[in-house]
Design a protein around this ligand. Structure first.
Ligand code: GDP
Length: 177
C-alpha cells in the first residue's frame, strides 16, 4: 500500500484488543501490509503500524496499535488507550471463551478510553468455519446491545479485513470530523 507523502488530513489512532491468540497481530499485518505470517511473533517491541486511506476525499493515516502480547499479563495500560478514536475488539469464532471475555474488554475500554471511541467487534478466523463455536447471531445481539459495530473476518484469507477497518475509519470520521 503506497503512502501518500504529500498530504495527510487526519491521523486516527486505533487500538486492537482481545484475548491472546485471537489474531490481533495477523489482522493488523493483513490490513497494513496485506501479509499473513505463519507463527510469527515479531511484533514484540513494535508499537503500531500505519496505512493511509482516502475517506470522503480526505487522506487519513490510520495508526493502528497492537498490544504486542501485553494482554497476556493484563498489562494493557491507559497509555495504550490514550487518544484512541477507534478499537477493533477481536475474538476467535472457534474459541467460545474469547467471546465470553468480550464484555470484559468493553468494560476496559469504557474505563480507560475516550467516551466517544468507536468500537468494532470482530469475530476472526471465519476460514475455520467448520470449527465455529460462536454463532454470528450471539455476536450480533451483543453488538446491538452494547452499541458496537460487528463483522466477521479472516486474517488468513483476508476476507472482510479491509472492509471492517474501512467501516471503522468511516465511523470515526463521521464522529470526529
Ligand atoms: P494475537 O495473540 O491476538 O496477536 O494472535 P496472532 O495474530 O498471533 O494469531 C494467533 C494464531 O492464530 C497464530 O497461529 C495465527 O497464525 C492464527 N490466526 C490468526 N488469524 C487467523 C485467521 O484468520 N485464520 C486462521 N486459520 N488462523 C489465524
Amino acid at each position: 500500500h503506497q503512502e501518500t507523502a504529500e498530504r495527510i488530513d487526519y491521523v486516527f489512532k486505533v487500538v486492537v484488543i482481545g484475548d491472546s491468540g485471537v489474531g490481533k497481530t495477523q489482522i493488523l499485518s493483513r490490513f497494513t501490509k496485506n501479509e499473513f505470517c505463519f507463527d510469527s511473533k515479531s511484533t514484540i517491541g513494535v508499537e503500531f503500524q500505519t496505512r493511509t486511506v482516502t475517506i470522503k476525499g480526505k487522506v487519513i493515516k490510520a495508526q493502528i496499535w497492537d498490544t504486542a502480547g501485553q494482554e497476556r499479563y493484563r498489562a494493557v495500560t491507559s497509555a495504550y488507550y490514550r487518544g484512541a478514536l477507534g478499537a477493533m475488539l477481536l475474538y476467535d469464532i472457534t474459541k467460545r471463551p474469547t467471546f465470553d471475555h468480550v464484555a470484559r474488554w468493553v468494560e476496559e475500554l469504557r474505563a480507560h478510553a475516550d467516551n466517544s471511541i468507536v468500537i468494532m467487534l470482530i469475530g476472526n478466523k471465519v476460514d475455520l468455519v467448520e470449527l465455529r463455536a460462536v454463532p454470528a447471531e450471539d455476536a450480533v445481539e451483543f453488538a446491538e446491545d452494547q452499541g458496537l459495530f460487528f463483522s466477521e473476518t479472516s486474517a488468513f484469507s483476508g476476507d472482510n479485513v479491509d472492509s471492517a477497518f474501512l467501516r471503522l475509519l468511516e465511523e470515526i470520521y463521521d464522529t470526529v470530523c
